[in-house]
Every structure is written in C-alpha cells, then in structure tokens.
Design a protein around this ligand. Sequence first.
Ligand SMILES: C[S@@+](CC[C@H](N)C(=O)[O-])C[C@H]1O[C@@H](n2cnc3c(N)ncnc32)[C@H](O)[C@@H]1O
Length: 354
Amino acid sequence: MEPRRSAARRPAARRPAAPPDPDDPRPQRLRALTDLLTPTAVRLAVSLGVPDVLATGPRTADAIAACCGTDPRATLGLLRRLVTCDVLEEVRPRVFALGELGEPLLDDHLRAFLDLDGAAGHLDRAWAGLGHAVRTGTAAYPQVFGRGFWDHLAADPALAASFDAYMDQWAAVWVPAVAPGLAARAAHSIVDVGGGTGGLLAAVLEQDPTLFGTLVEQEASAERARERFTAAGLDERTSIVEGSFFDALPPGEPVYVLAQVVHDWPDDAAVAILRRCAEALPAGGRVLLVERVPDPDHPSRDHVVMDLRMLVVFGARERTRAEFAELARQAGLTLTSVEDAAHGLSFVELRRAG
Ligand SMILES: C[S@@+](CC[C@H](N)C(=O)[O-])C[C@H]1O[C@@H](n2cnc3c(N)ncnc32)[C@H](O)[C@@H]1O
C-alpha cells in the first residue's frame, strides 16, 4: 500500500498560468476579498484620530499630520488611499475632507470597534496569528502580543477599561432580552461568576426586588461593577468578591451563572472553573451557562466566526451541547437542559452529578 502523503507534500492541483479571462469577475472579487491594506488603513485613520481632525472641515495633509503627530509625507499617502475607498475626499490638491464613509467614523461606538489600540482592535489584530492557531490548535494572541489576553488586560488598565466598554456595548443588546429568563430561573440569590461590570446581575435584580446577587470578578471590572450597583441603588442587594474564579467560590448559593465565560477557556481551564462551581453548589443547586451552542453540523455564520475568534485569542472554542456535556462530566456535573435565550445565546443548565 502506498504510504499516506502529508497534505504539505501532496502535489498542488494548480492550473498552468494562462492569460486572465476578462469575462471572469472572480479573480477581481478574490483580490478585493483578500486586500489587507484597506481595512488596516481605515482603522489606522480611526486610531490616529483623522476623522476628528476633519470634523470641523477640510484640512491640509500637513495640518492633519501635525494634529496626529505623524510623518507628513507618509500621512499624505494614507489620506490618498482613504480617498480611493470613499472615506475621505481630496477637495483640492493635498486638502482633505470627510467623505461619504468618513462621516460615520465620528460615531463613538463605531470608533471603539475600529480603533486598533482598543480592546476590539487587539482582538482583531490577533487574526494575524490565525496560521499559528490553525496549525497548532492553540492561541495566537500570545504570539502576536507577547502575552495572553487576560495578562495583557491586567498589565494595561486602559486596555482593560476598553474591553469592559466593549463587553458593555454588546451587553446593551443581549442583557435586556436574557435577564427576565435568568430572573425566572433564579432562586432567592444568584452568583454571577466572571460577571464583568455587573450589567447582567443588575438587570436580573431589577426584575425581582426579592433577589440578592454576588459578583465574582477581577479587581478593575469589579470596581466598575461597584459603581454601577451604587448608581442603581443596589448596594444593599449585592456583594462583590474580588478574585479569581479559579479559586474557591462563595459556597452554598442556589444558582451560579457563567455568562460567556467558559467559551474563553481551553478545556482544562474550563473544567477547572466548572469544578469550582460544582464544589460550591449545594444539593439542588444549579450552574447556568449563558453561551452560544452551535449545531455541530450546521453552525451559523456568527458561530463560525466566534469559534475562530475564541481559538485565536484564547486557544478556546464555541462548544456544542455534547462538548458542554463532556466538560460538565469532567467537573462532576451533569448537563440537564439547553434552552434558547436570545440573540444566539442559550441557557445551559448543569446540576451536580449523581
Ligand atoms: C467575556 S467576559 C464576560 C463578562 C460577562 N459575563 C458578560 O457576559 O458580559 C469574561 C469575564 O471574565 C473575567 N475574568 C477573566 N479571568 C478571570 C478570573 N480568573 N477570575 C474572575 N474573572 C475573570 C473578565 O474580567 C471578564 O469580565
């Protein structure tokens, strides 16, 4: 039998070079699809603050460079590239104004999403390590930035604040839709493990004035949650445990929630977090995960993208029902139900095994 050849040694099924067919639009589409300069240029302009400089009217390239602290000649090149994709207009030679796609870049939400120096930008820049992640099945973020994502946030308060703001922006979409279902599943109290700045916990407590909540979080996000609870008049009904969910959790509570936490971690770490929940859980208690649960054979486009993002950033993944069941088993828990929540998220309920 012929030995199996590795994919790398298999002869490539390439066609011999032929003159391009002018009637075939696909090569051009592929070039547009694979261009790296345009997205980088647009995002760099946002990071440098070019749209803000032009918010009050046209400026020369030299004036823009002076405001942005950049090299004048190089800035002229960047600005002219942005003209070719309608972000800017060159109203006179070397004088630029916001173009059709430049105006929306004054929007704070969009800017936070595109800014290469913010958390969303860092998450996207990790795509540069996709090759490493696909070859090894491990995180690329440490390769690209020299340390893991959570370590990076711990060392850079501005980046951590930007990540909290990024999560809060998404939370404004899903929390109002998910909080009522969570409140209905809560008993007299609820622990939100890795609960970020407390948006979900506050929304759940607002559903039911008899509920108490505990947030387990790292220091900086916990501080922002404290401010939120105080502003919402929830100090009496909340407590905050500053610390790691890899350490013992407050014991004996009826419901432990982990929203979009398990998907950040590779299997070993995910099992360790669930084991901390299992150890804290009283008889009859529940762990509720709020996660995306893709269909193993027909994942949605969002699931596919998020799965790759979790791989590249954390060496983790989106998990199917069977994969959550296996994690739960290893942590001494049993998966008892998976129910749709909202916005592509599901409630995954785990109880103590046996
Ligand atoms: C993807 S965010 C989810 C936040 C929130 N649950 C939500 O759904 O918006 C993951 C959270 O885990 C927190 N986190 C990361 N490592 C942690 C640790 N070792 N202990 C406690 N929290 C941690 C982060 O600070 C972050 O707020």
